[in-house]
Design a protein around this ligand. Structure first.
Ligand code: HGY
Ligand code: MN
Ligand code: MN
Length: 424
């Protein structure tokens, strides 16, 4: 088997990056624009610079490392992923793809390769949406899908808007629009990501080449009632926001079961205000995450959720549904899929074509430039949890697919990477 990427160098980057978490010992918690996020950005900047890249922070906080091409005017090949996290998540979700980009840069340097077209390695903000809701924020801004004028109306749980958090981070929200890229300004986008599912490990395969990503939607639901004293307010005189929310919540999973067609529905976040044990709740908010391979199923489930929520309101209770994000099922570039699959084969790797049940920045960039996505195995399929794990040798094999494909996409015709590192 041919080997290029260095598992130890990759391990060192990912373990080093994982030091920047708000929950040490309890998984990775790295919220966009948090102090941990700034420290992580500084760490990645140093890594990118040591790989020979010239590094800039764009107008919304993405870190972009550029390997100049012989023809700087050509649209760059973009490689990367995100470096924010879910609460108490794992160290590979996002960073594996950032490491793939940086290791690719190291390999170009180690092999003395100068690309014809520039290569940009990007570490993106707010893919998870943990802080400001929705998710896929960097890629939606880069492609012009998310209007940067709206950043002042994206509050976090403490009511701090994304624009305010940007300013505290040292960015000017009024300049956020400068992060938007023009059509044609990206030659192609490659992302490596952990599978976050059990298939590759169960099948003993090395990589998955993604052909399509399921459709997804994220709703934010708010029930409003009347706060009151738990002891002196008769049951018949209450307008309890939690009672209304629970009436809806108890019916939501059943909608996905009844729908079938690989639909999934998750309520991952629930907040009861004001949160006193002896206070009747006056505001309950929760999120609904809906996914399905078919767009009409996602849309149908949104409609059914709205109906269930509407029925749970009334008697003074109001219910509001905000659609924070909707992305249709997304096919990725067939040409890049075939190229990645071919290169995996030439590297002697076992691979399969896959559909992704997880969302990725690739699903947004796919509408902007030819996009390819490579999965590496997740141990026991676990992700979005501290137990998330991918063997570094396996990660290196996935990065070899990215590296050899980057060579094909950027080197002068016929030039290939020099003799690979002997298989260890
Ligand atoms: O939710 C997802 O699928 C991704 O982890 N943001
Ligand atoms: Mn991810
Ligand atoms: Mn994730």
């Amino acid at each position: 088997m041919t080997r290029f990427a260095d598992p130890q160098r990759i391990r060192s980057l990912i373990e080093g990056l994982d030091a920047f978490t708000a929950t040490p010992g309890r998984g990775t918690t790295r919220l966009t624009y948090s102090p941990q996020f700034r420290a992580a950005s500084d760490y990645l900047r140093a890594q990118m610079e040591s790989a020979g890249l010239s590094v800039r922070e764009d107008a919304i906080g993405n870190l972009v490392g550029r390997l100049e091409g012989r023809d700087p005017g050509l649209a760059p090949l973009l490689i990367g992923s995100h470096f924010d996290s879910v609460p108490n998540g794992g160290k590979f979700d996002g960073p594996a793809g950032v490491a793939a980009g940086i290791e690719t840069a190291f390999l170009f340097r180690d092999h003395g390769l100068t690309p014809e077209r520039p290569i940009e390695i990007i570490a993106m903000i707010e893919e998870e949406g943990t802080r400001f809701g929705g998710g896929l924020v960097a890629s939606r801004i880069l492609t012009g899908e998310l209007d940067t004028a709206s950043l002042g109306s994206l509050p976090d749980d403490d009511g701090i808007t994304m624009a305010q958090a940007m300013a505290a981070y040292g960015l000017d929200p009024a300049q956020a629009g400068r992060a938007v890229r023009q059509p044609g300004s990206v030659h192609a986008f490659l992302e490596l990501h952990i599978e976050q599912g059990p298939v590759l490990e169960a099948q003993g395969e090395d990589v998955g080449i993604v052909e399509r990503i399921v459709g997804m939607a994220q709703l934010k639901v708010t029930f409003r009632g009347q706060a009151g004293h738990a002891g002196t307010t008769p049951m018949t005189a209450r307008c309890d926001a939690l009672v209304g929310a629970v009436a809806a919540l108890s019916r939501l999973p059943g909608l996905a079961y009844a729908m079938g067609r690989d639909a999934v529905l998750t309520v991952g976040k629930l907040e009861v205000r004001p949160g006193g044990a002896n206070v009747i709740p006056d505001r309950v908010t929760f999120t609904i995450d809906i996914r399905a391979p078919a767009e009409e199923v996602v849309r149908e489930l949104i409609g059914q959720c709205r109906a269930v929520i509407g029925q749970a309101g009334g008697n003074g209770l109001t219910a509001e549904v905000e659609e924070q994000m909707f992305v249709a099922p997304t096919p990725l570039s067939p040409e890049l899929h075939d190229r990645l699959l071919r290169n995996a084969g030439q590297l002697g790797l076992k691979s399969r074509t896959m559909v992704s049940g997880a969302g990725h920045d690739a699903m947004i960039l796919a509408g902007f430039a030819p996009t390819g996505l490579v999965f590496v195995p997740s141990h026991k399929g676990i992700s979005h949890a501290p137990e998330e794990w991918t063997d570094y040798g396996q990660l290196a094999r996935g990065i070899d697919v990215i590296f050899t494909s980057a060579c094909e996409l950027t080197l002068p015709a016929g030039q290939a990477p020099a003799s690979p590192r002997p298989a260890s």
